[in-house]
Design a protein around this ligand. Structure first.
Ligand SMILES: [Ca+2]
Ligand SMILES: [Ca+2]
Length: 195
């Protein structure tokens, strides 16, 4: 990796970012170049319009919400570590090699962390539950314009009812996890950010 080292040296906090995200040094160098290319005016950070240039997000029905997750608590900019931390949720599980130290935190791309990330895309008011309205909004984004409002409401009823085990009319994180138990979340939550 000799040719990468001079570039890697210019990335601040490379080692701690690598430990936290599980990305290899080579991947981080590539992501840093991507970050710099997206950073139109060499600001040193990205804002929403910079991220809208990422093709994989532009075509994703939940792309706007994924972009929002780069800006927690109403911030308007994201630096390189913050950028990579969000992307780590989309890192395919199989890139990880080696034995994990049990004292280390769970990798950001674990099934649970992918599910947590997906859940907060639905739970817009962050109250820990997906309400009927929050479910409707996501389904509207995902199914497109081909269905009528009534059909969409029926789909929402069904989706919430199927997942809602305690009958409170909303989907908790545990109910969400259970309803997705058979889904291959690792595959669904792995998007290619590097072309
Ligand atoms: Ca909610
Ligand atoms: Ca419930």
């Amino acid at each position: 990796m000799g040719s990468c080292s001079s570039h890697a040296a210019s990335i601040p906090d490379l080692d701690s970012i690598r430990r936290e995200t599980g990305f290899s040094q080579a991947s981080l160098v590539r992501l840093y170049h991507r970050f710099q290319a997206l950073d139109k005016n060499q600001k040193g950070y990205l804002c929403r319009t910079d991220l809208q240039q990422i093709g994989a997000l532009a075509v994703n029905p939940l792309g706007d919400r994924i972009i929002e997750s780069f800006f927690p608590n109403g911030s308007y900019s994201v630096d390189f570590p913050g950028f990579v931390r969000v992307l780590a949720h989309f890192r395919p599980v199989d890139e990880y090699t080696g034995v994990r130290d049990p004292k280390e935190p769970e990798p950001l791309n674990s099934r649970m962390n992918k599910l947590r990330f997906a859940f907060q895309l639905y739970d817009q008011d962050r109250d820990g539950k997906i309400s009927w309205h929050e479910m409707l909004q996501v389904l509207r984004l995902m199914v497109g314009v081909q269905v009528t409002d009534e059909q969409l409401e029926n789909i929402t009823d069904r989706t919430v009812q199927e997942a809602d085990e305690d009958g409170d009319g909303a989907v908790s994180f545990l109910e969400f996890v259970k309803s997705l138990e058979k889904m291959n979340i690792e595959q669904k939550m792995s998007i290619r950010i590097l072309k």
